[in-house]
Design a protein around this ligand. Structure first.
Ligand code: C2E
Ligand code: CA
Ligand code: CA
Length: 742
């Protein structure tokens, strides 16, 4: 691929030719022929490069080629004067051609730096102006002004003499623009920059030499101009010329250290001139320096304000990013806290905190992808339901918040109703129809002194809503007291288990009417070192909430089964036939629960048929893993009891989907059974259902003999309650059975 190497070849040959120029006798025909042919070939190289590489932006190269040819014409005219006419006039037609070449080169270089960003890169232009004015002023003081003031020269000579440094200043401005522009530069662009630098360097040196010394370098500088020719050509022959001229790389709004130094030095140049002895003695220089300094100052200020607004824009962008939730696009926790602070200052506000129920299960069983889609869908529904005046935020995980400022309690409650309504029914995500349950806590800022306090209140209310199974709860001071206690208990659970503070007690389940022991229900107690015995109602929900129920539940199962096996070994036929163990929703949802039961039965030696697992309706209502676990347990031969039967939503429906052996009729239906009323009717209906489905029914909370008698009359054959025995550590089964009638 020769044409890919052409630039290299020309660089080497051109370099050698430049050296060769100095080896040939000065001012000889030979050296002049060499000079001119290198110039001619270099001029031809530019259109050649355009043909070879077909650049995306040929215009720039056309301008550069035109400039080079015009320059070459100048050389030829000069040679004609010198070698044919043997005259060296100043000014001559050659000067006009040279001067005509500069604007073309300048246009070419201008196109080089332009177009990175459509609409112009104002900052780049200002930077270039700062550099050009700074250095241009120095040029003025040392070169242009002395020429302009030269008394011996004619007006035309002076004009031409001034035109060169002026053209050079333009060239310099373009170079400054090139070197201060951002973005990636191609090799070809660098070569063009180098060509312009060589040209400019030669020009400036020449001007200084002719002004301040008696000679013009004696042809020494010719090599510079010659090499500049070569460089323009090399740039045009480099393959990267194809995409040189603006389209390369994205413009990065960035200020490099180098650029800052360049700008700083340039803007300090004019005032520093005043330190040079003799400068500023004349009005013209002084005015030029003063005007330059003022213009530079203005430009620097404009540029600085550009920096500032650029930084401001970036800061704004960062702030937006920092305030939004990545997944859902809602506000994030930080943004909400900001809103809370503002709301607190403004006066009244209401916060609703929402937590999806069973989101973890969705994530675990369907994967995080579906979980994320669900969150996005929920976010969208909340956004729509909350309306434009509310701030909807995602707090992280499956927790959302809605902030209302300047609203009344009634309006907030209406909003909460809208929010629950919006999540009613299933959410369709990625082919899955998911039921979304939600718990909402609402709080106002009455008397609150910090945003976090308001959030805490809403959190307490939400937690209470979750535990009580309702959808929403408004915060009250009373809730705080229980929540505080629950927090403390929650923190102590682990130590309590490690230091044996939990004990099991056993309550008999007896046969009616004679009250012969049939089974026992295992119930847990916490013997707290300071607070005495704590009832399970107070710590089981906490353990469920923080997940500790998994560990505690395993201990309970092991202890209860171990005890039952022990009784069997010690008392044989006088031991209770079965033991009932309460299992929470969280335990059932754990995929390994059936395997755990298998292990515990094997470890303790208790036959599966002697174990009953008590679960609440709500624990299995959602279907899924919980029901599967129950099926596995049923397969093992473990019996399943539905606890607190009749208090859930779909008690009867569940009997068809869940393998149930026993229903435990809730105490509330037993309490008033001796009085004619609704309870008695339900208790009657439930025993009919259990008979119809072939299930056992246990009446719970039997406290009196009358209740026991009535239950027996209705058809109940199993009962449990203080009347027959309270839960105790060592129930006496051998003792006299408690008869239904005393
Ligand atoms: P549950 O499963 O419905 O248990 C029956 C509750 O009623 C027990 O309260 C029991 O002491 C009480 N009870 C029994 N007979 C009577 C009576 O005649 N009158 C009255 N007023 N109450 C009676 P306990 O032991 O405080 O347990 C409360 C709840 O805590 C249980 O309700 C159960 O849901 C849960 N729980 C207890 N132990 C455990 C456990 O080991 N694991 C799990 N997951 N939950 C447990
Ligand atoms: Ca129970
Ligand atoms: Ca119960």
């Amino acid at each position: 691929m020769l044409h890919k190497r052409a630039w290299w070849l020309w660089l080497v040959m051109g370099g050698l030719a430049t050296i060769g120029y100095y080896l040939l006798p000065y001012d000889s025909v030979a050296s002049e022929v060499e000079y001119t042919s290198v110039g001619l070939l270099s001029c031809l190289a530019i259109p050649l490069g355009v043909r070879l590489f077909r650049p995306a932006r040929p215009a720039m190269w056309h301008w550069l080629a035109a400039g080079q040819f015009t320059w070459l014409m100048g050389d030829l005219v000069w040679d004609f004067h010198k070698f044919i006419l043997h005259r060296e006039p100043y000014p001559s037609a050659a000067d006009f051609l040279y001067l005509a070449a500069y604007p073309m080169l300048v246009v070419g270089l201008m196109l080089l730096s332009r177009g990175r960003r459509r609409g112009g890169d104002l900052a780049g232009v200002i930077d270039a102006a700062i550099v050009a004015i700074g250095i241009g002023l120095v040029f003025w003081v040392f070169v242009m002004h002395p020429i302009a003031a030269g008394s011996t020269a004619s007006a035309l000579e002076r004009a031409i003499g001034l035109a060169y440094p002026a053209a050079d200043t333009l060239l310099l401005a373009m170079l400054a623009r090139f070197f201060t522009s951002t973005g990636r530069r191609s090799t070809s662009a660098w070569l063009l920059g180098a060509a312009a630098v060589v040209l400019l360097g030669s020009d400036v040196t020449y001007s200084l030499l002719t002004l301040y010394t008696e000679n013009d370098g004696g042809g020494l500088l010719d090599g510079g101009w010659l090499f500049a020719y070569v460089m323009w050509a090399v740039a045009a022959l480099h393959p990267s010329m194809r995409w040189t001229g603006g389209t390369n790389g994205p413009s990065v709004a960035r200020v490099s250290r180098g650029r800052l130094v360049l700008l700083g030095v340039s803007s300090l140049l004019p005032p520093s001139l005043l330190f040079v002895p003799g400068i500023g003695d004349n009005d013209v220089d002084r005015m030029a320096i003063a005007a330059g300094a003022v213009v530079l100052f203005v430009l620097v200020v404009v540029r600085m304000s550009g920096f500032v607004s650029q930084i401001q824009r970036q800061a704004d962008l960062l702030e937006d990013l920092a305030m939004a939730d990545e997944l859902t696009g809602l506000a994030n926790r930080r943004r909400l806290e900001q809103g809370l602070t503002e709301g607190l200052a403004a006066g009244s506000m209401q916060v609703a905190l929402l937590d999806l129920d069973d989101f973890k299960e969705v994530n675990d069983s369907l994967g995080h992808g579906v979980g994320d889609l669900l969150l996005v869908a929920v976010a969208e529904r909340l956004r729509l339901a909350a309306g434009p005046d509310a701030l909807v935020a995602r707090m992280g995980g499956d927790e959302f918040a809605v902030l209302l400022t300047g609203t009344t309690t009634e309006e907030a409650d209406a909003l909460v109703a809208r929010l629950t309504g919006s999540l009613n029914g299933s959410v369709r995500t990625d082919g899955h129809d998911l039921m979304v349950g939600v718990s909402i806590g609402i709080a106002d800022a009455q008397g609150a002194d910090s945003p976090l306090e308001v959030l805490r209140r809403a959190d307490v209310a939400m937690y209470a809503a979750k535990i009580s199974g309702g959808t929403h709860r408004r915060h009250t001071p009373e809730l705080d007291r229980t929540a505080n206690e629950q927090d403390r208990l929650g923190a102590e659970l682990r130590t309590a288990l490690a230091t044996n503070q939990f004990r099991m007690v056993y309550q008999p389940i007896v046969e009616l009417p004679h009250g012969r022991p049939h089974a026992v229900e295992a119930l847990v107690r916490w013997h707290h070192p300071e607070r005495g015995v704590i009832a399970p109602d107070r710590f089981i929900p906490v353990a469920e909430h923080n997940g500790f129920i998994i560990e505690l539940g395993e201990w309970i199962l092991r202890t209860a089964c171990g005890q039952a096996a022990q009784w069997l070994a010690d008392r044989g036929g006088r031991a209770p036939d079965r033991i009932s163990v309460n299992v929470s929703a969280r335990q059932l949802a754990e995929p390994g629960f059936a395997a755990l039961v298998t292990r515990v039965l094997a470890d303790t030696g208790l036959p599966a048929g002697r174990l009953t697992v008590e679960v609440t309706e709500t624990a299995v209502f959602g279907g899924g893993q919980a029901v599967q676990t129950l099926n596995e347990l049923h397969e093992l031969g473990v019996r399943i009891a539905l606890d607190d039967f009749g208090t859930g939503h779909s008690s009867l429906g569940l009997l068809q989907t869940v393998p149930v052996d026993v229903i435990k009729v809730d105490k509330s239906f037993v309490d008033n059974i001796t009085m004619a009323g609704r309870q008695a009717v339900i208790a009657t209906a439930l025993i009919r259902v259990s008979e119809g489905l072939g299930l056992s029914a246990v009446a719970e909370g039997v406290e009196t003999a009358e209740q026991a008698a009535e239950l027996y009359r209705l058809g109940y054959r199993l009962a449990q309650g203080y009347h027959f025995g309270k839960p105790v550590a060592e129930p006496q089964f051998a003792a006299e059975p408690v008869p239904a009638h005393r």
